[in-house]
Design a binder for this molecule. Structure first.
Ligand code: AP5
Ligand code: MG
Length: 216
């Protein structure tokens, strides 16, 4: 069975957390555009330098550039085993581009998993998040603390706060989500591929809900 899915949700809703948990169980690629861009910034590549400031402010990178990044990633053969998209598409334009890429490659239409969570909890999760810049794992100072303070459980690297997890950038990112990304909910409702998941539950319960929906 091939699982193709898109994780849709506001910043902090748990897209990355859930995709990482499912990757361990389903063994299919987790494609996080945010993680890919942060890796480019860490390498100091041209792409990284172009997006660094925009990301720190919590603004979106332009659609064409992001679609080029995804098109390149989709040219790898592992995509045929399934995929979990996290952070793309983020605008109606990007959703249209993804549809063409999927059609061109004759891939199965993805299910869209919308992880729903309220504004106050989103803010709380983002402001307390600790991230691993090496493997992309995320923790939370209170809600999901690492076993050893400041150290990643998965790879042993140092944890830090993401540059866009400051109060100012978080508020901006949540506004950008409402304006640019929330319209995708209607877009995917129309194609009947939208599955809503309650994000205000224990991580394990959310993973079980997503798995059930993917297998249905
Ligand atoms: P990206 O990296 O995609 O960030 P985001 O969408 O803002 O989402 P986050 O990664 O902040 O949240 P998440 O939903 O993954 O939550 P997490 O699982 O970590 O994008 C960053 C930037 O890159 C964008 O702002 C933009 O500039 C650029 N970009 C990327 N893609 C782009 C695109 N397609 N177009 C244009 N620009 C693009 O969880 C959050 C916290 O909550 C963690 O601390 C976690 O431990 C905790 N937590 C998770 N689940 C639970 C739970 N059930 N209970 C308690 N705590 C929980
Ligand atoms: Mg994430």
């Amino acid at each position: 069975m091939v699982f193709n899915c898109i994780f849709l949700g506001a910043p902090g809703s748990g897209k990355g957390t859930q995709a990482k948990r499912l990757q361990a169980q389903l063994n299919i690629p987790h494609i996080s555009t945010g993680d890919m861009l942060r890796q480019e910034i860490a390498k100091g590549s041209d792409l990284g330098n172009r997006v660094k400031e925009i990301m720190a402010q919590g603004r979106l990178i332009d659609d064409q550039l992001m679609t080029e990044v995804i098109e390149k990633r989709f040219s790898a053969s592992d995509i045929k085993t399934g995929f979990m998209l996290d952070g793309y598409p983020r605008t109606v334009n990007q959703a249209a581009s993804l549809k063409s890429i999927i059609e061109k490659l004759s891939l199965q239409e993805p299910k869209t998993i919308y992880i729903k969570l309220g504004f106050d909890e989103l803010k709380n999760r983002l402001l307390g998040r600790l991230s691993c810049s090496k493997c992309g794992s995320t923790f939370h100072v209170k809600l999901n603390p690492p076993k050893t303070s400041g150290i990643c459980d998965a790879c042993g690297s140092q944890l830090s706060q993401r540059k866009d997890d400051t109060e100012e950038a978080v508020v901006n990112r949540l506004k950008v989500f409402e304006k640019e990304t929330a319209p995708l909910l209607d877009y995917y409702k129309q194609s009947k591929s939208l599955i809503e998941i309650n994000g205000a539950q224990e991580m394990e319960k959310i993973t079980a809900d997503i798995l059930r929906s993917l297998k249905a």
